[in-house]
Ligand binder design. Structure first.
Ligand SMILES: Nc1ncnc2c1ncn2[C@@H]1O[C@H](COP(=O)(O)OP(=O)(O)O)[C@@H](O)[C@H]1O
Ligand SMILES: [Mg+2]
Length: 369
């Protein structure tokens, strides 16, 4: 069954109020609409999500959502390529991928500032323009770097956002408390650290008490302390039952914060599910041999092997296309390599991420830092 909305109908810019350039605040009357289920997702991927306790409803569903920037084929960029995923109520869903993999574009389509060029999506079961208008009133979104009036205090910036959203003053104080800015609220925005700026953006996002919180790279550029603060706020929001969709290129941020993950590469989802599901879907083996340099060289040439790396605990870990370890052993033996150890290996999410996004990073530090 296909969704009924044409991609062109999904744009509704009147919903969005810019607080500065990029901080989006969605605020309209609450309404529920009928749920309409999309077709089954990509069969080769693990099923999307272990469902949270019943009854649960999809908060976001995308079906082959696609965005191509530019019309002329030679110059156009396929930023998002047939992306299908579902986010259930109460999940903390990580949208993980290297820079340029289409995360912001996907979020832009969900919040209505980017027009899809293919596929469909639903928010709270709604896909028609009127339903999306109502659904977006239940969404709070922060896109990229927050931008407020620098000469005004944090509280006054929130007052402007609250006035636009029709939110009372008491709620401003609650949101300042939530993000730990109550005692700095009277200071000018320009005196804030980047972490405080991000937290003020989160406060603005939370003003209308959204059920779905969308955060685009909330920890981008922050020091470890700033990241910890954001993580703590995300945890508090999750404890309060909010559904959270956050994008990141930082693997460990997603691993520590999220219940579910989709890994995106060059606009396509390459894995999704719970962190556990994604990890267990990765096929990996640990090998040892007397001459590990010769072993590594032989493994590099094996068509079944996707990646080869030295384990910190000793031995060599390989990412495999299949779990045929007997075939791997035969391949090595035929090249005169006799292993002393060959066994399935449980990869970390980091190893899975590296395998799936191989070649997309200039260095390993980007994902590890
Ligand atoms: N407005 C735009 N016009 C043309 N290309 C764009 C535009 N926005 C993003 N892109 C391109 O789309 C791809 C995905 O970008 P983006 O969604 O920002 O990725 P991410 O958020 O994962 O870093 C990149 O190749 C980027 O250069
Ligand atoms: Mg981005």
């Amino acid at each position: 069954m296909g969704l009924r909305t044409s991609p062109r109908e999904t744009r509704s810019p009147t919903l969005l109020t810019a607080v500065g350039e990029k901080t989006l605040v969605l605020s309209l009357a609450v309404a529920r609409t009928e749920t309409c289920h999309p077709p089954t997702f990509v069969p080769s991927l693990p099923p999307c999500a272990t469902r949270s306790p019943a009854p649960s409803m999809p908060v976001i569903e995308t079906y082959e959502l696609t965005k191509r920037y530019g019309r002329r084929a030679a110059k156009s960029v396929l930023a998002v390529d047939q992306v299908s995923f579902a986010v259930e109520e109460g999940q903390v869903f990580g949208f993980l991928g290297p820079n340029g993999s289409g995360k912001t574009t996907t979020i832009g389509m969900l919040v209505g500032i980017v027009n899809p060029t293919g596929g469909n999506f639903q928010l709270f079961g709604a896909s028609d323009p009127k339903g999306l208008l109502a659904a977006r009133s239940r969404v709070g979104a922060t896109l990229e770097t927050p931008n407020f009036y620098p000469y005004m205090s944090g509280r006054d910036n929130l007052r402007i956002a609250a006035a636009i959203k029709g939110v009372g003053r008491a709620r401003i104080e609650e949101c300042l408390e939530l993000v730990g800015l109550a005692d700095r609220a009277k200071h000018r925005f320009r005196t804030y650290s980047l972490g405080m700026k991000q937290r003020l953006a989160l406060a603005a996002t939370m003003l209308n008490d959204p059920e779905l919180v969308i955060l685009d790279e909330p920890a981008n550029g922050l020091d470890p302390q700033g990241m910890r603060e954001i993580r703590e706020i995300v945890r508090i929001l999750a404890d309060r039952g909010k559904t959270i969709f956050l994008s990141s290129h930082l693997l460990w941020e997603v691993e520590r914060t999220c219940t579910h993950v989709a890994i995106v590469r060059k606009g396509r989802i390459v894995a999704r599910g719970t962190v556990e599901e994604v990890v267990s879907a990765g096929k990996s083996a640990l090998l040892r041999a007397g001459d590990e340099d010769a072993l590594a060289a032989a493994l590099e040439g094996c068509p079944e092997v996707m990646s080869v790396r030295r384990s910190e605990e000793g031995g060599i870990v390989v990412g495999l296309r299949s779990d045929d370890l007997t075939g791997l052993n035969r391949y090595l033996a035929a090249r005169g390599i006799h292993v002393s150890h060959l066994a399935p290996h449980r990869p970390s999410l980091e190893e899975v991420f590296i395998d799936l996004t191989r070649g997309d990073f200039d260095s390993m530090t980007e994902i590890a830092s």
